[in-house]
Design a protein around this ligand. Structure first.
Ligand code: ATP
Length: 234
């Protein structure tokens, strides 16, 4: 297992949001976490990234306990989180944003990482000198993912990467995530576009009120009447 959550309790001050959540992601898998608004999807990803404290349970990355480690140490352990708000440096150029993502890396790896990111998202190379805040929503999302890749993660978590994007860009971003997995990166993804996320996923979990209530192969969940009715709008 690359990433494992075992009976995780986590939340905000005294407000517990995750009530004993368990899930795992195997090396090289794409796993989706789906659920209604407020179910705790973002909190789960934030707990993994060290941004929300856990009060009980274990979070293991490649076998090592990482719960309650500082966020920058989790990045060094190989897990990078792409937050929903993207958190780009708007006044900096595209290439400067990418370089910021590589702060844990040596100079020589920065160059090869940049080449890999430009191969994945050619638009970022074309726009490399443009200010990040003048890019379109889709381009900014590609930049946020590209910046995460600059840290050379073994595991990537993504919080609603397609939010606010036009349908053709949603497909492009999800297709890029699929190609990132093909390079060996393990992916955990939260998506509003659940059916499109399931289409690129190996497995999925359904979260309700801070616990996992259903899990299975992504294709099985996509056909499950309960999932179709509650989360796929079918
Ligand atoms: P959404 O799709 O709306 O983002 P979600 O499944 O990602 O939903 P979370 O954002 O994890 O859900 O929120 C779970 C619960 O935690 C909600 O009841 C929310 O109000 C609460 N919550 C989120 N952030 C905080 C915070 N900083 N302080 C207190 N409560 C919070």
């Amino acid at each position: 297992m690359m990433l494992e959550l075992d009976d995780v309790h986590a939340g905000y001050r005294r407000l517990e949001i995750l009530h004993g959540l368990s899930l795992h992601v195997d090396q090289g898998e794409i796993v989706s976490l789906i659920g209604a608004n407020g179910a705790g999807k973002t909190t789960t990803l934030r707990a993994i990234a060290g941004l929300v404290p856990t009060s009980r349970g274990h979070i293991r990355l490649d076998g090592q306990d990482v719960q309650n480690r500082a966020p920058h140490r989790i990045v060094r352990s190989g897990l990078v989180h792409v937050a929903q708000d993207r958190a780009l440096f708007g006044h900096l150029q595209v290439v400067e944003n990418l370089e910021m993502g590589a702060y844990t890396q040596s100079r020589s790896t920065v160059r090869s990482s940049l080449e890999e990111v430009y191969e994945l998202f050619p638009i970022l190379q074309e726009r490399r000198l443009q200010r990040a805040d003048t890019m379109s929503g889709g381009q900014q999302q590609m930049l946020a993912i590209g910046r995460a890749l600059m840290a050379r993660p073994t595991c990537l978590t993504l919080d609603e990467p397609s939010v606010g994007l036009a349908p053709n860009l949603v497909a492009q971003v999800l297709e890029a995530i699929s190609r990132i997995r093909d390079t060996g990166v393990t992916v955990l993804i939260v998506e509003q576009n659940a059916s499109q996320a399931l289409a690129i996923s190996d497995r999925a979990y359904v979260i309700e009120s801070g616990s996992i209530v259903l899990e299975g192969k992504a294709s099985d969940l996509a056909d499950d009447p309960r999932v179709r009715e509650a989360y796929l709008g079918v």
